[in-house]
Design a protein around this ligand. Structure first.
Ligand SMILES: Nc1nc2c(ncn2[C@@H]2O[C@H](COP(=O)(O)OP(=O)(O)O)[C@@H](O)[C@H]2O)c(=O)[nH]1
Ligand SMILES: [Mg+2]
Length: 193
């Protein structure tokens, strides 16, 4: 978090993290569309539409005294580009961990979570996190649940961690998880997004 006292700007970095194809780009695109800021979002895609490096965009909200500037990134889960991840994660204020909630993606998700743990170590417990169980429309009832996540995530250790069910292609749950994260980063402000 960076506070610019001269210009009265609070700058915050939010990262959508998770395995490849879990819905990070779709989630961020929805968010920017919702705030009518599509043109602010840059996605670096390859020819088959997968995000090669990351998505990046800025959302700004005006407050009575201070303005809030949110730097939003997605971090790719594709191993080939794993070296771009630490730079994206540096100085992060909040993480939305986008899970592909299809049952068969369990290991995929776990591997991605363990990368986060590896990168942050104990510091991870202090970072506000929202776990988005995305693709909740798929899976025919055989979806990943909180109980499954308990295998690798020690919820009690976290200062602030929430779970939300999301469907990025329709936008369901996306705003809720976004607001929940902002609220966790700033527990004392009331949100009017
Ligand atoms: N059915 C369904 N498909 C989704 C959902 N979210 C994303 N997708 C699809 O999953 C694929 C990968 O999404 P994308 O956002 O590119 O994943 P990323 O690699 O994490 O950025 C795309 O074809 C999306 O349309 C969802 O909630 N439900
Ligand atoms: Mg992507």
């Amino acid at each position: 978090m960076i506070l610019n006292y001269d210009e009265k700007i609070i700058q915050v970095k939010i990262v959508y993290y998770g395995p490849a194809m879990s819905g990070k780009t779709t989630s961020i695109k929805y968010l920017f569309n919702y705030f009518n800021k599509e043109e602010q979002l840059n996605s670096i895609d390859n020819s088959v539409g997968r995000t090669l490096f990351f998505d990046f965009g800025v959302l700004e909200f005006k407050g009575a005294e201070w303005n809030l500037k949110l730097l939003i990134y997605s971090a790719t889960g594709q191993d080939f580009y794993s070296s771009t991840r630490p730079a994206t994660l540096k100085g992060v204020d909040g993480i939305i961990f986008v899970v592909d909630s299809k049952r068969e993606c369990l290991d995929h998700n776990f591997r991605s979570w363990k990368e986060l743990e590896y990168y942050f170590d104990e510091e991870l417990y202090q970072i506000p996190i929202v776990i988005a169980l995305n693709k909740y429309d798929l899976g025919n009832g055989k979806k990943i649940s909180e109980t499954d996540l308990n295998q690798v995530i020690d919820f009690d250790k976290f200062k602030s961690i929430y779970i939300a069910e999301t469907i990025a292609i329709t936008g369901e749950g996306l705003l809720y998880s976004f607001k929940k994260l902002i609220q966790s980063i700033f527990p004392k402000i009331s949100l009017n997004l």
